[in-house]
Design a binder for this molecule. Structure first.
Ligand code: FNR
Length: 408
């Protein structure tokens, strides 16, 4: 209601309300590099387009005169109540977009009343966001199990409510827009704050620095080392304390060593239960059989996602994969969704198709680029306001009650 009141009172919104305009202006507010990184997808970006097109394939038939005076969008996730069925998707290397980006996002999310999923590739150590609203932690499973355990322990200690293990990025996707700019944020030292603030990582880097070198040295540019040092300065008292000279070069090399684990398998997932007490969400599940395996593996939820079309071009659109996963899971755990969600109407459709909650991705980065924390908060509030109106005007009290069918 507040959003609507502000709108009709002639107060100019800090960021555009229209999703298309938000994207246009948000992208313009970013550097070319940042826009290529955030806006780009894998290959010819067919999956990125498919994610959006999928939402247009569904329709609902609104009902009338059904007393929708009170609506309730709250959901239960792992025994905890969430007022809104929305979270912020984990997005790494946001320092490309704005200084102190992760803190701004955390503040914006907290102001709007939704949890932030802190990325494994965030530009801020997870501890530095503790106390700023509700948070989950997203994990990329490292080649070092010890580092995985350290990240999980830190997530617990810093108050994260769940851990999201991203399965679709055991290697970075083929992203032509980034490649054409000669740009991989992580090799430049962006988005590695979880590592440079970690004691296990510091030890691995020290060991690497001390070890005699065999074979060709990994390709680490001087620019990468400089950026790492710069980033470390943003986190006083942590990174460089752990990583004494001449370790920074080794730190970048160590990051490259430990980041990616293409060998990851269901056997690793089976060990998670003994590694953490936190609820575990598997992100990047698209196939019903994988969803069934997730249930068997004893995890707590799956997040249907194709990483915003950034990993496998021509992968199925997330919304198209959702009904099959929901059916396979058959109420045995919550199913979440991201990839292509732009409006409150999109959130309503995903919830009607069986998602318990939805993650918002790129749109909040455009709000961040335009107005920092306030921009993030406004983008989220607008989505929530539209969700509420869509549900009420369609004659139901929550999106799960919407009847939807395929338009074609
Ligand atoms: C991502 N995503 C992502 N996912 C993840 O698990 N860890 C990460 O660090 C990142 N980093 C990241 C960076 C950028 C720039 C983007 C756009 C996305 C994927 C993200 O969590 C989510 O799945 C997608 O953003 C959903 O697609 P849309 O809705 O943003 O298009």
């Amino acid at each position: 209601e507040q959003v609507y009141r502000d709108g009709v009172s002639g107060r100019r919104p800090r960021v555009p309300t229209s999703a298309a305009e938000l994207e246009r202006r948000g992208r313009r507010a970013m550097s070319r590099r940042a826009d290529a990184y955030v806006g780009g997808g894998a290959g010819a970006e067919a999956t990125m387009r498919a994610n959006r097109a999928a939402f247009d394939r569904w329709e609902t038939v609104p009902r009338v005169l059904r007393d929708v005076g009170t609506r309730d969008h709250s959901v239960d996730l792992f025994g905890r109540r969430h007022e809104h069925p929305l979270l912020l998707a984990p997005i790494g290397a946001l320092d490309l977009v704005r200084r102190d980006a992760d803190l701004e996002v955390a503040r914006g999310a907290a102001a709007a009343g939704v949890p932030m999923i802190v990325s494994n590739q965030a530009g801020a150590a997870m501890e530095s966001l503790a106390g700023v609203g509700r948070r989950w932690f997203q994990l990329y499973w490292s080649t070092s199990d010890e580092l995985v355990d350290s990240f999980l322990a830190r997530a617990e200690a810093s108050g994260c409510e769940a851990v999201v293990v991203t399965l679709d990025t055991t290697m970075l996707g083929w992203r032509p827009r980034d490649l054409d700019l000669g740009h991989l944020p992580f090799s430049r030292g962006l988005g590695i704050a979880q590592y440079t603030s970690d004691p296990v990582f510091a030890r691995l880097a020290r060991e690497r620095a001390a070890a005699p070198r065999s074979g060709p040295a990994p390709r680490v540019t001087p620019a990468a080392v400089r950026t790492l040092l710069e980033i470390s300065r943003h986190h006083p008292g942590r990174a460089l304390d752990n990583l004494r000279s001449p370790v920074p070069r080794a730190a970048v090399e160590t990051f490259l060593d430990v980041y990616s684990r293409p060998q990851l398998s269901w056997d690793d997932i089976a060990t998670l239960r003994s590694r953490t007490a936190l609820p575990v969400v598997l992100k990047g599940v698209l196939h019903p059989d994988d969803a069934r395996r997730a249930v068997d593996a004893g995890v707590d939820a799956v997040l249907v996602s194709n990483h915003g079309g950034r990993q496998v071009d021509h992968a199925v659109a997330a919304l198209d994969a959702l009904p099959g996963v929901v059916e396979a899971v058959a109420d045995r755990m919550p199913v979440l969704l991201d990839s292509g969600v732009r409006t409150g109407g999109d959130v309503a459709l995903a919830l009607a198709l069986g998602a318990r909650a939805v993650c918002l991705g790129r749109p909040f980065t455009w709000g961040l680029a335009l107005a920092g924390a306030a921009g993030v908060a406004q983008v989220v509030s607008d989505v929530l306001a539209e969700l509420d109106l869509t549900v009420g005007l369609a004659g139901v009290r929550s999106a799960a009650e919407l009847e939807v069918r395929r338009r074609y």
